[in-house]
Structure formats: C-alpha cells, structure tokens
Design a protein around this ligand. Sequence first.
Ligand code: PMP
Length: 405
Amino acid sequence: RPAFDPRVVKQDFPIFQNNPDVVFLDSAASAQKPQVVIDAVSKFYEQDYANVHRGVYGLSQRATDKYEAARETVRRFLNAKSAKEIVFVRGATEAINLVAQTWGLAMLKAGDEVIVTELEHHSNIVPWQMLRDRIGIKLVVAPIDATGGLDMAAFEERLSSRTKLVAVTHVANALGSVVPVEAIVEKAHKVGAKVLIDGCQAAPRMPLDVQAIGCDFYVFSGHKTYGPSGIGVLWGRYELLEAMPPWQGGGDMILQVTFEHTDFNEVPHKFEAGTPDITGTHGLAVALDYMEALGRDRILEHEERLTEYGADALARIPGVTLLGAGQRRLAVLSFEVDGIHPHDLATILDKHRVAVRAGHHCAQPLMDRLCVPATTRASFGIYNDESDVDALVAAVKAAKELFGR
Ligand code: PMP
C-alpha cells in the first residue's frame, strides 16, 4: 500500500479546490465529502433511483439491493455479527432517541439507573433526561478526573445492581478524550447493565469492532465519516433489537395491517418506518468503503500524529491552555487563550481563513464542570496536515498581538 499522505487525500475533496485558502479544522462537527461520495449520490439519482422494498420492477429491485448492500457495508465497518443488527437512522441523535424510547421505555422502570458521563454530547444526555421525566429512572453522572479523562474509579463506584445502562461516548467531541470503552463494558456487564456507545467521533478515526468491544448498542453519524448528512447508524445486538418494541409506525415496518391489529416487520425493518434516505445510505456505504481503502489503521495513526503535533505546537504559545483530555486525546484540541473570548478568537481566526469551532460544543455540563463558558476547538480529518496546524498557530499568535496579549 502507498503511504498515507493527507495532501494526496485532500485532492479527493473538491471543497478544497473550490475554497483553496480555507484551513478547515472543524471535522468533529462535520467532515467534508470526497468526490466519490458526491458522485455516488448524484449517480444514484441518475441511474438507480426508485423507492425500496416496494416495487417488483427492476429499478426498485436494484435500489433495494443497493440499500441492503449498504447495510452489509456498515456491518463490515463495525464488524457486527449480522447485517440485521444495522438500523439506518438520521444520525447519532436519532439513534440514541430510538434506544431511549423503545428499549428504555420497555425495559426500564422507576428507580432504575442510567449512567452517563460528564464528557457526553447533549444528544447522549437529553434523551435519557426525557426518559427520566417520563418514567422516573435515575440519571447518574460519572465524573471526569482532574486531567479531563473519565474517572474510572468514580465510574465503578456508581455501578450497582440498579444500573441498567451505561451510555458513554467513545471519543469526547469537546475534549477529544478517548474513553476506555472495553473496560467500561466489562465492568457494566458484571452488574448486568447494558452499554450504549456514542461513536460519533470514533467512527471516522479508528478501526471498530463492536464484538471485540462487547457493547450492546453503538451509534454514529454518516456526516462525520465523510458521508452525506441525514444518515446515521444504530447497531444493536440482535436479541436486544428483537425484544424492543418498534418506534415510529408507518410503511415498511409492518408485515400486515388491519384496523384492529398490526404485525410488525422483522429487525431491522421494524425500526425503519417510511421511505428511508435511500441515496444517503448508498453515499454512506461509499464513504465507509473509501475510509476502508485508505486504511483505518493508517487513518488512526495519521490523526494521532497530527493531534500530538497540534497539542505540542499550541502548548508552546504563551497564554494558551489546552483543556485536558485525560490519558489519550484524539483529533480534537480544545483550548483557551488568556484574555480572549473563544468567540472573538474564532472570529479573528476566520479572518485568517482558519475555520475552527467556538462555543460549548453541545456539551454544556462539561463546560460547567471545567468552569469555562466556551472553548475554541480545532479538530482534524484525513485531509489535514501539519501546515494546517502551523496556520492555526500563526493565526492564534496574530490574535494575541491584536489583543495586546
Ligand atoms: N455525539 C457526539 C460525540 C458528537 O460529536 C455529535 C455531533 N456533534 C453527536 C453525538 C450528535 O450527532 P448528530 O448531530 O449527527 O446526530
């Protein structure tokens, strides 16, 4: 295999030819799309489009075959046991809400506990709060330690026979902390709790094996894995999905309907009511194949190398504080500059064509815990290289000068 070269990879992304001077450091929010994905979506409309699972005619059959082939691609991407365990949803947010409102509503009762962590994105907090307010479960928060990683001892203290679910991120979007999910699964399973992993930031960056991790649910969003927005994945163990009631009702999720009664379709169709994002699903499969062809081990190496380079470079600027990520940080650098509000900083960086995110990163409880209103966040993708970090560093220095810092 040729060596992984982000400068070559970048040529696959037309956004950068169309915006040649932009230094894009916001892939944790959403990644850019390679030409193969853009082409796959438009070619699908041009050549293969029809509704799925309905028509007996050739075109509909072909669209259905591609839709189901995408499911198999996702199965491979996660090393799931069966493609039946792959449910297509709009994104991670929808996947977590689906689990909360089906598995959660059916399997949990008042007094049962769901553990989330201080690292979570709002989408892995709010659905559980909504469930709490509906049926009286207890939301238990596992804290971070002083370094910004998950405090494993404190997590273990919170585990008990009352714990029914641990809902935890794999890589934290606001800090980049890599969470030891295997250890969490092992400990959670010992008390009989299930584990849901939010893989939004991990899926674009590392090889994944849900069977090796041993978790019960794994979710991610296509738009962060170089695929289209509006498509995402819920993976769940077959037995769990089987036992869960359906979520939305409508076409495709049924076998037979009378006014008196409905027989629901099999897993995973039971959870896919209505016409799905047919082209998005195909685009997602092409994006995952694209990552596979680059080599997911090499993507991880690249992201790790760049993260280290970026962390070192930022740390060397006087007045810059990197917010902690615990033992291991991946692809996300959250930082503060003395005397400059993150929003002002991001605005100045934008004048230097450096695109970063400033704000709470949909992790307000984490910001509260860190006692900051917001942070500036630079995050990496497969098309970033050291020159992007250098541009960021130069722009931060220019901002400091402007503010007389
Ligand atoms: N979890 C994490 C860790 C995320 O980074 C994001 C996206 N910022 C989400 C969940 C929500 O994903 P989506 O908006 O695609 O549903």
